[in-house]
Design a protein around this ligand. Structure first.
Ligand code: GAL
Length: 839
């Protein structure tokens, strides 16, 4: 049966109700996007090609908290008595150490999200978790695992690879200290080859210390990204050395291919490199080769080649076509190492007079800045949740994200590549010191093949380097930009600058980013007409989902597009950026609410209110402003809700976001006037409250095409559960995201419901987190219960490896309040091939 879309109905002249249809279709469409989640076929898992092995090392770790001040409570580590005296001294990383009392868990893991909230007047922007040197008992975590290395691995190079951990990590294997890492976001790896026991059990320990923070926001604690064990031949491709650059001329692309091969074996090798190019359907379409070169022991050699692609399928926001290059190093006619690089063919150009062009077509950047934590799980975001989060932003009409203010998780970038979201990829430290440069190099090398990335950012709001240290700032930024260009000559480099961009760091940038300050870009453009400009960070509008009054006692902010003093409302910034041809567009602060920065309040608020959607991804009203002016579909969104018991006769501001010509408002069937919708604006009325129905009818060319209404509901009587997907992978990793709603006895969502709901999970899955989007809620993220916040809560369940079903039952929790009819939902979990993993 052909699917009838809203567009079809529009053209048929039938009016639709936005409240029911939009809500359902938005969820449905976001879910359809999440269905693209590749699971075992993720780019990271597919990266290795035989004979290389790239094994997920996430499952079955033991964990315990240590202590940052007292060695006696920290496995004796740091007694100050020859801690590193002899290689092999560390007993906790040997067979006989007893970890039977430690908890077993799977990575990714964030222990910060499990900790209680603690009021703290010294720092109020990190989400009120007891982390830092003042909290030694909760700031250090130990991870330990036993693993087998077969005797047949002798001669291979074996690496442990962390996608990222928070924050300072010591790694030990078989009693030996292996290495350390000192930042929270860049991936790091260690060569274990010499330390392993072949044909035997091995023991790895990671001590993770979250006493120091990187940013001014919630950052989590622990091994919050994936870990891998990678095994290669002694003759191997260097890490992230393979690149594919494409240049488009007419209907053909020239691919420039490069990689580095290193010889860690015992004799010199004569090696050559081959590339096979697969089209988006996986069909081989081209190949290239670089002639043999001799590689000395412990040496490395660069190989390059080029190849032409006729009529390539371009990567774009609407058609995110991805190609793959299989890179193989051969010696003596044998494949010794190989990897798969996914890439796209596209052009991305920032101009000073006409904004941004993707594949030669003008595209406004409709972007949001985002941190990387989510309700229930903190910084340990399962891969499928990356898809969910992007689908929400995409549904709003967003076409870009900025990874503020740090290097992203690989699965976030991959989801952008596959979904057609553009990305501004940002490093954490703006510094030319070894750590800063190493983070930057890793970021550029790691992600330079991802077509979603359209620009690199070397930092955010460096007030010293932009101001009193402008001279040093100019040098530091210039060094960083130069390094980016060396590693990736195809992309522009910028940073998010809060200031006039007239001196210091800005001299070095290819394109100029303005944070806030709408008084600056026009002047800058006039004085520097040759420099492309975009909004690196804008807005900082604030609001509490479903709340329509600001209340200092409750720490709430009304949803009528409020803003902090240094920011701009959604309407204001988009009217600015959306109407200047030379502006490439911009990134609103923020897409999602995040933990920390509870501006303008403090305790007991534990998360920000800047999001266009809340911590769970539930839309605030602003979402529909963006949907109206960023999206392609007609929008009529009416707010507030119409449950104002006790306020009969009070004047209530009623707003409508719409992109139609005109909106007429009805209260209990009586028109109270029609208004033309200003371009990029909204319409509003003051309405005396009487219970019943308010309805907005949006018309185009004189015909009503879309309506939205709010009804006064009764009290909560029942619960409804809706899942983003009805079937997920039984791979021990995939998750379903479930919306929990309170309904009245007529089945209408109750917009002010705050009932306590309990959850019982049965079958082949487990609850891994709950949330409700309330910035002031200090209930546990991990307990199987949650109160509704303005009608909504969220449960995230994760599949086990056993296929079958997960049943989620929601019921009234506790004895207080009215009875609620429980609800049950079943998620099927299907048998899939798991990704290769350490047993
Ligand atoms: C910006 C900063 C962001 C966030 C935001 C809040 O200046 O770059 O990280 O703090 O302010 O408005």
């Amino acid at each position: 049966m052909p699917r009838i879309t809203r567009r079809d109905l529009l053209h048929s002249g039938m009016a639709l109700s936005a409240s029911s249809l939009l809500a359902r279709s938005a969820w449905g469409r976001a879910a359809a996007m999440v269905s693209g989640y590749p699971g075992a076929a993720s780019a990271e898992a597919l990266a290795a090609v035989a004979p290389r092995e790239h094994l997920l090392f996430d499952a079955g770790w033991k964990f315990t908290l240590g202590n940052g001040a007292d060695p006696a409570k920290d496995l004796g580590f740091g007694n100050g008595q020859g801690d590193f005296a002899k290689t092999g001294d560390f007993e906790f990383a040997k067979a006989k150490f007893d970890d039977s009392k430690w908890r077993t868990l799977n990575l990714p893991h964030d222990w910060a999200v499990e900790l209680p909230f603690v009021r703290d007047e010294v720092q109020n922007s990190h989400g009120f978790k007891p982390l830092g040197r003042r909290y030694p008992e909760t700031s250090v975590g130990w991870y330990r695992r036993e693993f087998d290395i077969p005797a047949t691995d002798v001669g291979r190079r074996i690496w442990i690879e962390f996608d990222g951990a928070f924050r300072d990590v010591f790694v030990f294997v078989n009693g030996c200290f292996i290495g350390r890492n000192d930042n929270g976001y860049a991936p790091f790896r260690f060569d274990l080859t010499d330390f392993l026991a072949y044909g035997k059990k091995n023991y790895i320990v990671a001590r993770v210390d979250a006493s120091f923070g990187d940013g001014w926001f919630y950052e989590g604690a622990g091994i919050y990204r994936h870990v891998w064990l990678t095994k290669t031949d002694a003759l191997n491709l260097g890490k992230w050395e393979s690149y594919v650059r494409s240049e488009l001329a007419g209907n053909a692309a020239t691919l420039t291919l490069g990689t580095k091969v290193q010889n860690e074996g015992k004799q010199a090798e004569s090696a050559r490199v081959k590339w096979q190019i697969l089209d988006p359907a996986g069909k081989p379409v081209a190949s290239a080769e670089a002639p043999a070169q001799s590689i000395a022991v412990d040496g490395s050699v660069t190989f390059t080649s080029t190849v032409k692609l006729a009529n390539p399928e371009l990567w774009s926001v609407d058609a995110p076509n991805l190609y793959q290059a299989i890179v193989t190093v051969e010696a003596a006619g044998k494949a010794r190492d190989a990897e798969r690089v996914s890439f796209g063919v596209r052009t991305a150009k920032f101009t000073a007079d006409k904004g941004f062009f993707l594949n030669g077509k003008s595209v406004k950047i409709q972007g949001t800045c985002n941190h990387q934590d989510h309700a229930g799980v903190g910084a340990a975001v399962p891969d499928a949740l990356q898809w969910f989060r992007l689908a929400v932003l995409r549904e709003m009409g967003g076409n870009a994200v900025r990874t503020s203010h740090n290097m992203p998780t690989p699965e976030w970038v991959e989801a952008c590549d596959r979904m057609g979201m553009m990305m501004m990829c940002e490093t954490r430290q703006m510094s030319a010191n070894p750590e800063g440069m190493a983070q930057l190099e890793t970021m550029v090398k790691r992600y330079r093949n991802s077509p979603s990335i359209i620009l690199w950012s070397v930092g955010n709001e460096e007030n010293h380097l932009q101001g009193p240290m402008a001279e040093q700032g100019a040098r530091i930024a210039a060094d960083m930009v130069r390094r980016c260009h060396e590693l990736d000559p195809t992309r522009v480099v910028s940073a998010a600058v809060n200031g006039d961009n007239e001196k210091g760091v800005s001299d070095a940038f290819d394109i100029i980013g303005f944070n806030y300050a709408l008084n600056l870009p026009d002047k800058f453009h006039k004085e520097h007409p040759e420099r492309p400009i975009y909004g690196s960070e804008t807005s900082s509008a604030i609001g509490t989902r479903g709340v329509y009054s600001s209340d200092r006692l409750r720490n709430t902010i009304n949803s009528y597009d409020g803003v902090v003093p240094w920011g701009e409302t959604a309407e204001k910034w988009w009217m600015f950026y959306g109407t200047r041809e030379w502006e490439a567009g911009g990134f609103a602060w923020t897409g999602f609410d995040y933990r920390g920065e509870p501006t303008p309040y403090g305790w007991p608020s534990i998360n920000s209110q800047f999001g266009i959607v809340d911590m769970c991804g539930f839309p605030k009203d602003n979402f529909y402003y963006y949907k109206a002016w960023w999206g392609k579909d007609p929008v009529v969104h009416l707010f507030p809700h119409w449950n104002w018991e006790g306020r009969q006769g009070d004047e209530i501001p009623v707003w409508v976001y719409s992109n139609l010509d005109e909106v007429e408002l009805f209260v209990n069937g009586k028109s109270i006037g029609s208004q033309k919708v200003p371009h990029l604006g909204h319409v509003e009325w003051k309405v005396r409250y009487e219970p019943g129905v308010i309805e907005a009818r949006g018309s185009k060319d004189g015909k009503v095409v879309l309506t939205d209404k709010r009804e006064t509901t009764g009290p909560t009587a029942a619960i409804r559960l809706t899942a983003d997907r009805s079937e997920i992978n039984a791979d021990g990793e995939d998750v379903a995201v479930i919306k929990v709603e309170g309904l009245d006895k007529e089945g209408r969502p109750v917009p002010i419901a705050d009932n306590h709901i309990g959850f019982t999970i049965k079958g082949n899955g487990a609850l891994i987190g709950v949330g409700n989007g309330d910035p002031n809620c200090q209930e546990s993220d991990k307990a199987p219960k949650r109160s509704l916040f303005n009608g909504l809560a969220q449960v995230i369940v994760q599949a086990t490896k056993e296929p079958g079903e997960i049943q989620i039952e929601a019921h009234k929790d506790g004895w207080e309040g009215p009875n609620l009819t429980p609800a049950t939902i079943t998620i099927r979990t299907k048998r899939v091939e798991s990704r290769p993993a350490v047993a």
